[in-house]
Design a protein around this ligand. Structure first.
Ligand code: ADP
Ligand code: MG
Length: 312
């Protein structure tokens, strides 16, 4: 037993046919956080979520949800989590209102405690309460799924690729709702392959690749792990030929007097980069830097993991 919201130990899944989707993942999701599970397509994210949801049987390891082992206390485990699946499945003949009422019934929520109207309002579907599900857009259906996952007021909400098919404005509304739930104490887990999304929302990010955990850090630490740094330098004259120096990973001309340079923070510092330009006769007029984002971290880590795997 841990006090983590979700505790996963050596979790394994080999599908019929031999695909090893999870190869022994150990992971704690701390209570109260927004936790990102990041990885490319096929990494094993949905497999992990579906094991927690009771939709896929694991072939090894264990998992606890809110302290309840999914094998020993499946009912309590299930009551502690709400899951928004990646695939949208609905009975097209029920209305959003009916969909939520039926789901609440399945979870044994007494009529007096149901929050159908509030939930529909929270996901901006109040004016669709009595429309057939089949008439809803993809984004509306996904928001209805979020409401459906919350009917039993679980302490944990898991969203598997929640923004697929959701336009930008509605995505923002969805995030506002997720943040609001988190502020009210709900632990959030979301899977995504959109790195900016994870970076913007999550307190902590785990990365899986080929069914293995390759990182599990606070967002801040993870971002700091990216070693490539990009700067744009404006110089005082037109650049005739690109300066050549070993301290640049990459250098290209962005405008007549603007150079885009990438360097490795672990090898050189900004001063050395600028000095190399000055040696070439260029005066520095302006410098702008961009903090490495998760895209860089992700590429570096998955590249490192792939290289390590290839070396075995
Ligand atoms: P992700 O959600 O990270 O994209 P998945 O968990 O869906 O990854 O898939 C992980 C791997 O398991 C992939 O190689 C996928 O093809 C495979 N897989 C997923 N579901 C099944 C299944 N029902 N039967 C066989 N293989 C599967
Ligand atoms: Mg998936």
């Amino acid at each position: 037993m841990t006090d983590a919201a979700i505790a996963i130990r050596d979790l394994q899944k080999t599908y019929k046919g031999g695909k090893q989707a999870l190869q022994g993942v150990t992971l704690d999701v701390p209570r109260g956080q927004i936790f990102g599970l990041l990885g490319p397509n096929g990494a094993g994210k949905s497999t992990m979520i579906n094991i927690l949801a009771g939709l896929v049987n694991k072939t090894g390891g264990s998992a606890e949800i809110w302290g309840f082992d999914i094998d020993k206390h499946p009912r309590n485990a299930k009551a502690s989590i709400g899951i928004v699946p990646q695939e949208i499945v609905f009975d097209p003949f029920f209305t959003p209102s009916e969909t939520l009422e039926i789901q609440a019934g399945l979870y044994g929520v007494p009529k007096a405690q149901r929050q159908t109207a509030e939930l529909l309002r929270a996901v901006h579907l109040e004016d669709k309460a009595n429309a057939y599900s089949r008439t809803l857009s993809g984004g509306m259906k996904r928001r209805l799924l979020v409401a459906k996952a919350m009917v039993h007021s679980p302490p944990i909400l898991v969203l598997d690729e929640p923004t697929a098919g959701v336009d930008i404005e509605l995505r923002q509304q969805l995030w506002d709702y997720v943040r609001e739930l988190n502020r009210s104490g709900v632990t959030i887990v979301l899977t995504t392959h959109y790195l900016e999304e994870a970076e913007e929302l999550c307190d902590r990010i785990a990365i899986i690749n080929h069914g293995r955990l390759i990182a599990n850090e606070t967002t801040r630490t993870l971002v700091g792990m990216a070693q490539e740094k990009a700067v744009e330098v404006t110089v005082d004259r037109d650049v005739a030929a690109l300066p050549d120096a070993s301290c640049f990973e990459k250098i290209e001309l962005k405008g007549e007097r603007t150079l885009a340079i990438t360097y490795r923070k672990d090898k050189v510092n900004a001063g050395e980069v600028l000095a190399a330009l000055q040696r070439d006769g260029l005066g520095i007029v302006d410098v702008s830097t961009r903090e490495a984002d998760l895209e860089d971290v992700f590429l570096n880590l998955t590249r490192a993991a792939n290289t390590a795997a290839a070396a075995i």
